[in-house]
Design a protein around this ligand. Sequence first.
Ligand code: ADP
Ligand code: G3P
Length: 496
Amino acid sequence: MKCLLALDQGTTSSRAFLFTLRGEPVALAQRPFRQLYPRPGWVEHDPLEIWESQLWAAREALKEAGVGPEAVAAIGIANQRETTLVWERATGRPLHNAIVWQDRRTAPLCQELKEEGLEPLFRERTGLLLDPYFSGTKLRWLLENVPGLRERAERGEALFGTVDTWLLYRLTGGRVYATDPTNASRTLFFNLHTLSWDEELLNLLRIPGAMLPEVRPSDGDFGETLSELLGAPIPIRGVLGDQQAALFGQGALEVGQGKCTYGTGAFLLLNAGEAPVASPGGLLATVAWSLSGKPTYALEGSVFMAGAVVGWLRDGLGLIRESAEVEALAREVADSGGVYLVPAFTGLGAPYWDPHARGAILGLTRGTTWAHLARAALEGVAFQVRDVAQAMEAAGVALKELRVDGGMVRNDLFLQIQADLLGVPVLRPEVTETTALGAALMAGVGAGALDLEGVKGAWILEASFPPRMSLERRQALHQGWRRAVERTLGWAREEG
Ligand SMILES: Nc1ncnc2c1ncn2[C@@H]1O[C@H](COP(=O)(O)OP(=O)(O)O)[C@@H](O)[C@H]1O
Ligand SMILES: O=P(O)(O)OC[C@H](O)CO
């Protein structure tokens, strides 16, 4: 039996999945790694932990399935996006911890660039905004704070990469130094129209072009793994950012089709077709994938805290022991009793884009219990996705249904809340690890083992959650949410 191996390098864990050529799951292995919070608002990963956990997961998935490397037709990589790494070309040695997409340390630099009036230029060229979320200002921070890095980068001795590039470099023993347009489109210096690095933006950010990888199509040839890693060389034929991989894995191949993935954050992406789109108020324009060099674009609403809020109830508050327990706790009450939890722990993404916002719990009364808080946490995620859906509607794309995936969607109560607050049916497919599925399918396409009909055929509905709430109640609750969000905006700036 021939398989496809997906490497899904997420924010909190590295996973590897084996699928059949038709997209049926065969085996899975997962290993979490450390989250480092060196200062408030800073989030880092150890690049070697990312690599070692990913390699371990790949080996373990093969072991689990009882197959050797010859069974794998191709590897596909999907990865947490924007997270920024630098390493030594000669040895592959990291030169700093990875600065994670959630990290807010470059908020002041983004503010400066905004004050120079540069946001419209960045927006038009990249589809993004001046927010610390993206790699550009993180790389600039590294160039300014890691001793000798700038000089070494200019000499071509130090390299930049997002997580895909880092894994490729390691998997191929430094033979392949490349990325794909979906990952490149999250850097803040990739031109969405020409699909190449943008000289002018690089100059504005003071980033040396010598430290950037080659950009290949998402279904391109990314070389093969060193034979000692997995027992024999395996071709790597698919690379894309995890959210775009999920869009592909949800079979959203037609314009207007979309999905929301609820992992650490929540990311709603809509297929926007083959022409580069403008990024309307509060949303991003990005590359969905490029197949044989032909791009498809997407509109995106990025929400920074989704499953991570549940993780905080678990690890920060000790309210639950396992994430899944949040469902039973929240079911103890019929509603949140007027409590709103705004999870602006690392600022707010779409559509507010306020790196200075901070979390808040509002509407507490003497009747409030932990159950209300748990429910408010789930609602806080669902409200943020509603905000994004509304911004999409204002941009002329109204959702008719929402395909969902990611760690949080095992929670039926949460999906019912999401359907109620959105007012459209929420659809859960059989494979909820859609990011991994999308990476595997992309590798299958890249290896010529699968066509796009095969990709669409891999999507099978498992459960549908129709909305049950009245329009009046939905609107009233959403108004309360908006008032709560208002209170959190700019909070950290006022703190100084
Ligand atoms: N039953 C559940 N209800 C709510 N949240 C959950 C549940 N199970 C897992 N989660 C959350 O989902 C997240 C993990 O999702 P995952 O897709 O693995 O994330 P990532 O790819 O970002 O590492 C965690 O933040 C966890 O708290
Ligand atoms: O790790 P995830 O699945 O929450 O995805 C992270 C995103 O790619 C960040 O943009």
